[in-house]
Design a protein around this ligand. Structure first.
Ligand code: SF4
Length: 215
């Protein structure tokens, strides 16, 4: 068995690393633009991402994220092969301007994992991987998909969970309203959910960190 990739052997780990890095570089932040993912998580993360970019970088190649990326690519390919007349597009982007109560206008942008279309029929698919099926569908995932329905004017999206215990889907037919989006854009909630801090790379510097009690 070879544990080393020295000596000119094919270095698949390095290829994967570079792929993840390139994908990440496509998602650079622009001033005045918020992503749907910003709307459903702790408001401080966005601030720290800009101030301490290297901290998030070190999280980029976390194995659970790599597994998620591979699953997305695999499902995309699989659906293309088996869905016949349905068009399967990955990473479809939408963008809308939102007027805030202050009079400021911000742009909200988002990319759905997959968009399936045939004629006038369109449905988005958001893929989630998780170590457990406890509590699914999770509130922030449903909110994320409701935001995509708003962003892309969709009547329905599918939230697909792939976990070791369950592979299942939930239909989400609700949309966020303009006023709800404006309200979450201005929300300063940090953390948005108490469990967020346990998975947050900025917990090493954050004064708002919620420390969960050990059982
Ligand atoms: S540690 Fe908690 S409050 Fe601080 S940025 Fe992370 S999620 Fe937000």
């Amino acid at each position: 068995m070879y544990a080393s990739t020295e000596g000119g052997e094919l270095d698949l780990v390095n290829l994967l690393y570079n792929y993840v890095k390139t994908e990440r570089e496509k998602h650079r932040r622009e001033p005045g633009v918020l992503w749907v993912s910003d709307l459903v998580r702790c408001s401080l993360k966005r601030v720290y991402e800009e101030r301490f970019p290297e901290i998030a970088l070190s999280d980029m190649f976390r194995p659970s994220l790599v597994i998620g990326t591979l699953l997305h690519r695999g499902l995309e390919e699989l659906l293309r092969n088996i869905l016949g007349e349905v068009t399967v597009q990955a990473e479809v982007e939408g963008s809308k301007e939102v007027l805030l109560e202050s009079g400021e206008v911000v742009v909200v942008r988002g990319r759905v994992d997959l968009l399936l279309a045939r004629g006038d029929w369109r449905v988005a698919v958001e893929i989630k991987t998780s170590r457990s099926d406890r509590g699914i569908p999770q509130e922030h995932h449903v909110d994320q998909v409701r935001a995509y329905n708003w962003l892309l004017d969709l009547d329905r999206s599918i939230l697909l969970y792939v976990t070791p215990d369950r592979v299942t889907q939930f239909y989400v037919d609700e949309r966020m309203s303009d006023s709800e989006v404006a309200s979450v854009v201005t929300s300063k909630k940090a953390p948005r959910y108490s469990w967020e801090c346990s998975y947050c790379p900025y917990s090493i510097i954050c004064p708002n960190k919620v420390v969960m009690q050990r059982p």
